[in-house]
Structure formats: structure tokens, C-alpha cells
Design a protein around this ligand. Structure first.
Ligand SMILES: Cc1cc2nc3c(=O)[nH]c(=O)nc-3n(C[C@H](O)[C@H](O)[C@H](O)COP(=O)(O)OP(=O)(O)OC[C@H]3O[C@@H](n4cnc5c(N)ncnc54)[C@H](O)[C@@H]3O)c2cc1C
Length: 394
């Protein structure tokens, strides 16, 4: 163990991955989490081979396997016809190309795996009910004050405090994120309750005008994760109650009955309002930097937000180890290396969000072009799945 403590604001997937990666480099870390308990919401998350590689480096991949499901293929189907338009096969050719498998997992299982690994490291202190309110820098020290008045000092601060990050406001100060006008509803049900099991071994996404639905199994196949997203027409028309449950029904009304039927697995109790930000050019101020959604929040259309946060943590730790106590140098090297890749995820996710949701002639063209794809060559995401070269260049 070496040096003074590094503070991390936020014990989500990104904050814990960073803590673990830094501890592996012998650094002392204190994670300050706003919630009363370290935890995650109860839905699924997709993990590509690029992040499987990182999770192996962090020593947690194997422990996640029993809770993971490894789909045979990623299927894109048309929500209006229920026709499979194209697929990415996740079999031998995929494994040979990327060395790691694609898997889906319950968020609690992923977060729990990282948390357990953190708890086993003497370098890491985890504190809940510690929402940070502000931070200041003086000389080689960063001071943090929490909402409950608790105060801490450290050698550096990593803001892994999510979409509404207060740390970002002290580093960049760019206000609220951009609302996309897209609303997400989710539901997890026992797999036995799902009527149509024809695509049960896959991760299927049905795209349609202003909507899409995603379905895949979790927890060794025991439960089915269902996600329905709409691009609110009420927002575009300036009407009240955008994204409300009755708009979900309205927008899905024209879809194929076999697709619409999946809405019964979706809970109407709450929805998620999607946001992202234009890529920023500086996430670092002295000894403070940002990570994950705090740095580069993205729409979910490439399913890469958490994966980018985990990659961030691994790269950050490498740069910190290489820079000794010069945290500013380490953080600048980290941001330089992460900026373009994460910007590409943010901008490509916006593009895929458009592509999935088109109607009319654009929908016909999309389907026609997609039908010609080679299932064994996912060229659109090849740059992503190939992963990153983690190095100690400063
Ligand atoms: C519908 C949907 C589907 C998605 N699907 C995928 C997917 O399949 N694959 C994928 O990789 N990504 C996916 N994502 C994105 C992913 O959920 C996020 O990118 C990821 O959770 C970001 O992790 P994070 O640790 O940066 O932030 P968060 O998960 O938001 O964690 C931030 C943590 O900081 C805490 N916090 C907040 N404020 C403070 C404060 N002031 N002080 C201290 N702590 C604080 C929070 O309580 C939280 O624990 C999806 C997102 C959505 C909305």
C-alpha cells in the first residue's frame, strides 16, 4: 500500500471498478457513496467482449459466470412485422475474433461481484450515506465536504457520481445533461411466464417507429429482462405527460401483436428519462477528474455506458501507477486516452437511436441494408468489441 488516500465520489459500477483497479496498483482508496447502501437497480445489463477483458483484469470475470447468461446471438427484428432482420452470431467466430464472450447479467450481480472484490481489499474503504456536496483543492490536497457535514482530505478525487454528478459541476460547470425525449420502462418476470420462447437463447431487440423493445434472460436463465423504450411524440407536440404509461401503449399500438404482447411483462410503476451530453474536451481540473456517466453519459443504444465506466477505471489506474504522486499528469493522460473512444460511443449511440426508431421509407431502407449483413462480421461495433490497449504511457 502506498501514498495518501484517493477519494472516489460514487460507488456505482464505475466507482467500484476504479477502486478495485487502483487497489490492484497498491493505492489506498476511499469510496464515498451517497445512498444509504451500496447497491444497484434490479434489471439486466449487457456486457460485450471489450468489458469482459477488463473484468478479467480486475479478477472478477470468473466469479460473475454462474449468474451470467451467454446468448447465442444478438437479433435485430422489425417491431411492425416481428421479422428477424439481421443478427450478430455470438458463437465460435465471435469468440475467435474477440477472445471473450458477450454476456448479460443482472445489475445487482455485476455490482455485487465488484463490491465483494472491493471488500476483500484492505486498500479500499467503503462509506455509504456520504453524498459529496463540494470539493476544493489546495496545493497537493483535495478536500471534500459531504451533505451531512462529514469532511475528508485526499491526494486526489475521482468523480464517479453519475449523470447528475456534482463533481462535474466543479470541474466543467456545464449544468444539466441533455434530455433525449426518450423514456424507458422495464420489467423482470420468471422465464416460465413468457409466452413466446422462440428467441429465448438470444438477446433480441425489436425496432419500430419511435419505439423499441429488448428481451434477454438473466440469472442463469431463470428470469426474463424486458425493456420498452419510446421516443415521446408528446414532447415533440408540446403536450403534457410525455412518456407516461398511456403514451407507451399509444406508441406500441401499431406493432405486431407478438411484439406488443411483451408489454405485459413491463412494469408501469416507474420510467427512466434518457439523457446524454455532447462530448466534453476536459474532464480534469488539477487533482480532480471524472469517470463513467459523470464524464461521458450516453444513451443506451450501444449498451456501453457501464462498460465505458469500467474501461475508464482500468485505464485510470494504469496512468496513476505510472505517474507516481503526480495526479494531474496521470489524469490528463487518462482523459487523453479515453476521450475519443467515449465520444464515439456517445455519438454512435445517438445515431443507433435514430436508426432503430425510423419509419416509412427509411425503415424499408434500414431493413434492406441490414438483411445483407454478415452475421459473423459485426463491422459496426468491431472497433468497440476489439477493446482497448491498456498501457502505462503518460
Ligand atoms: C435503460 C438503460 C439501459 C442501459 N443498458 C446498459 C447496458 O446494457 N450496458 C451498459 O454498459 N450500460 C448500460 N446502461 C448505462 C449504464 O447504466 C450507466 O452508464 C452506468 O450505470 C454508469 O455507471 P457510473 O458508475 O458511471 O454511474 P452510476 O451507475 O449512476 O453510479 C453513480 C453512483 O454515484 C452515487 N452518487 C450520486 N451522487 C453522488 C454524490 N453527490 N456523492 C457520492 N455519490 C453520489 C450514486 O448513488 C451511484 O451509486 C444503460 C442505461 C440505461 C438508462
Amino acid at each position: 500500500m502506498s501514498g495518501r488516500e484517493i477519494l472516489i465520489a460514487g460507488g456505482g459500477i464505475g466507482g467500484l471498478a476504479a477502486a478495485l483497479a487502483l487497489a490492484q496498483k497498491g493505492r489506498r482508496v476511499r469510496v464515498l457513496e451517497k445512498s444509504d447502501e451500496f447497491g444497484e437497480i434490479g434489471y439486466g445489463i449487457q456486457m460485450g467482449p471489450n468489458v469482459a477483458r477488463m473484468l478479467e483484469r480486475l479478477g472478477v470475470l470468473k466469479s460473475l459466470e454462474p449468474a451470467s447468461v451467454f446468448p447465442e446471438a444478438l437479433i435485430f427484428a422489425d417491431a411492425m412485422t416481428n421479422e428477424e432482420v439481421t443478427r450478430i452470431s455470438l458463437g465460435k467466430a465471435f469468440l475467435a475474433r474477440y477472445q471473450f464472450r458477450y454476456f448479460v447479467i443482472h445489475r445487482r450481480d455485476l455490482h455485487g461481484g465488484l463490491l465483494q472484490a472491493c471488500r476483500q481489499r484492505s486498500e479500499i474503504v467503503l462509506e455509504s450515506s456520504r453524498g459529496i456536496r463540494n470539493c476544493t483543492q489546495q496545493g497537493d490536497t483535495v478536500a471534500v465536504v459531504c451533505e451531512n457535514g462529514a469532511a475528508y482530505e485526499g491526494a486526489a478525487l475521482i468523480g464517479a457520481d453519475g449523470l447528475w454528478s456534482p463533481t462535474r459541476q466543479s470541474v466543467i460547470g456545464d449544468g444539466a445533461p441533455r434530455m433525449a425525449g426518450h423514456y424507458v420502462y422495464r420489467g423482470v418476470v420468471p422465464t416460465g411466464e413468457v409466452a413466446d420462447k422462440s428467441r429465448i437463447d438470444t438477446m433480441t431487440i425489436w425496432g419500430g417507429p419511435d419505439l423499441h423493445m429488448v428481451q434477454y434472460r438473466l440469472q442463469g436463465g431463470a428470469v426474463m429482462n424486458n425493456v420498452a423504450t419510446i421516443c415521446s411524440r408528446r414532447i415533440r407536440r408540446g403536450e403534457p405527460n410525455p412518456g407516461a404509461a398511456d403514451e407507451l401503449e399509444e406508441i406500441f399500438a401499431r406493432t405486431h401483436p407478438g411484439v406488443r404482447d411483451n408489454l405485459r411483462y413491463i412494469s408501469r410503476e416507474r420510467n427512466w428519462v434518457l439523457h446524454d451530453r455532447d462530448p466534453a474536451t476536459n474532464w480534469t481540473d488539477g487533482r480532480v477528474t471524472l469517470l463513467g456517466d459523470a464524464a461521458h453519459p450516453t444513451l443506451q443504444y450501444l449498451a456501453q455506458g457501464a462498460q465505458m465506466a469500467i474501461e475508464d477505471g482500468v485505464v485510470l489506474a494504469e496512468k496513476v501507477a505510472a505517474a507516481g504522486e503526480d495526479y494531474h499528469r496521470a489524469f490528463m493522460a487518462y482523459q487523453r486516452e479515453r476521450m475519443n473512444r467515449t465520444a464515439r460511443v456517445v455519438l454512435s449511440s445517438r445515431f443507433f437511436g435514430e436508426y432503430i426508431h425510423v419509419d416509412g421509407g427509411a425503415r424499408e431502407l434500414r431493413n434492406d441494408l441490414a438483411r445483407g449483413r454478415d452475421p459473423d462480421h459485426p463491422w459496426e461495433v468491431d472497433w468497440l468489441y476489439k477493446g482497448i490497449d491498456v498501457n502505462d504511457r503518460l
